[in-house]
Write a protein that binds this ligand. Sequence first.
Ligand code: BGC
Ligand code: CA
Length: 307
Amino acid sequence: MEMVVLENEPEVLMENISNKGNRDTSAAPGLKLYRCVAVSFGLLCIIQVALNISLRLSLDYEAGTKNLTEERDELKGKLNDYISGNEAKIKTLTGERDELKRRLDVLISGNEGKIKTLTGERDELKRRLDVLISGHGAEIKTLTGERGELRRRLDESQSQQNALIRERDELKRTLNDFDQLFQKGWEYFHSSFYYISSTEKTWQESRDDCVSRGANLMIIDSQEEQDFTRRFPKRMWIGLTDRAQEGTWRWVDGTLLQRSYWYSGEPNDEWGEEDCAEINYKDVENSWNDMPCDRQIHWICEKKMAP
Ligand code: BGC
Ligand code: CA
């Protein structure tokens, strides 16, 4: 602890008093004064700054308050203007609405009687209809049944009629086809038409001609057909060939030859390659002969008709 000696010189005593707590006891009196003035000045500056800030804030606050007040007053004015400008309209509309309401009430009350009358009439008609129905229940049931039966029979005869119409049309078409073929010189035999050419062509050309007529070269698959060919005293190509495989004779529809009518000794492939069949020996039942396909002779087409 520091001891203060009272007997010391007055300056030292003063310094000790002013510098309590300060160990530097060697500073000059001018410097002390300077420090004192500087501290005071510093304090004054701080106070000045604080005053400036508070003044500024106060001014800003005042200005802001003023702006807001002005804005509020302006908006208030506008709102008042709007209300007073539309008051008349609102009043008019309210009046019109009330008038319409009144007229609607008048209308309803004026027709109430009519509505009541119509409802009554409807109910009466309903009641009378119910009485009528319940009194004639059996009759109605019978009539309904009869009506159903008649309807069923009508439908039946309608579908029969439709079937007949279809059949008639089909027959008409067939009759027309027959007529056309007869006119073009075709012969009818056992559900087929036959065309005997007046010119001569190779086997392939003959076949093409038949196809162009909606037919093909004749396929002989019955004794009757074979006999039929004997009516025509001509050498004629028929639809039989072994071109695809030597010795395997097939008809033009692709079926294999079953019952054949080769003349005695035929097929003999006499010219090396005789791959197409003709009707040749017409004076005998077995009249077929194999011939080179490029020879030109008559031909016979067959067009099968529905049996
Ligand atoms: C023969 C046939 C042969 C034909 C050719 C006849 O004399 O008997 O087998 O196909 O001639 O033209
Ligand atoms: Ca031959």
